[in-house]
Design a protein around this ligand. Structure first.
Ligand SMILES: O=P(O)(O)OC[C@H]1O[C@H](O)[C@H](O)[C@@H](O)[C@@H]1O
Length: 184
């Protein structure tokens, strides 16, 4: 009987080793309106990589799971740390797990009511993102933040629900680390 070698992951770097990896890179140019400091946003190169996602080929069947890794680069737009756009799931009741792999950061969790909770992300951290919760990763460190994710293949992404008002907190550089401002 054949014994197969499955895809694998380097937990230290968050790099997936698979022949059929799918990668999506998010450049600064596609995050217009996400960061607060418009002048700082305009002063940075459009093609600056803010984050990328590597994943195994997306599944589509009901009941299936996706697996991927988000890599958020270190840096800031003005004082605001690089972060993902963030989203609710299209199927809003669907949950997700994140696992911190490399670097340090914060996971912003926002309920539909606007109430926010924040978790530290670090190598080995485990994050249950319940249904009905918008989620965004912020890199507060000096190196790449990588986090593994497992989510339902039917979850989808809903970015428009956050388009007008966004998240209710911003994570800014402060005192050699970060400070969190509320922006209701
Ligand atoms: O979709 P964004 O908010 O840009 O976040 C980037 C990615 O983060 C996680 O890895 C999710 O599991 C992905 O589904 C998502 O695409």
């Amino acid at each position: 009987m054949n014994v197969l070698t499955p895809p694998s992951i380097n937990y230290v770097t968050g790099k997936i080793n698979a022949g059929n990896l799918v990668e999506k890179v998010t450049l600064l140019s596609s995050l217009d309106g996400v960061f607060a400091d418009k002048a700082a946003y305009a002063s940075l190169p459009d093609d600056r990589v803010i984050y990328s996602v590597e994943m195994l080929p997306a599944e589509s069947a009901e009941g299936e799971l996706n697996f991927g890794v988000s890599h958020i680069e270190a840096g800031s737009v003005g004082d605001e740390f690089f972060m993902t756009r963030g989203h609710f799931h299209e199927r809003i009741e669907q949950a997700e797990y994140y696992f911190g792999s490399a670097g340090e950061g914060l996971l912003i969790l926002q309920a539909q009511t606007g109430v926010v909770s924040i978790e530290k992300v670090f190598p080995g951290s485990i994050h249950h993102i319940g249904g009905f919760i918008a989620h965004r990763l912020v890199n507060t460190g000096n190196s790449r933040l990588s986090a593994l994710a497992v989510w339902s293949s039917i979850a989808g992404h809903n970015y428009s629900a956050l388009k007008d008002n966004g998240f209710n907190v911003r994570v800014l550089k402060g005192g050699g680390g970060y400070r969190i401002t509320e922006c209701f």
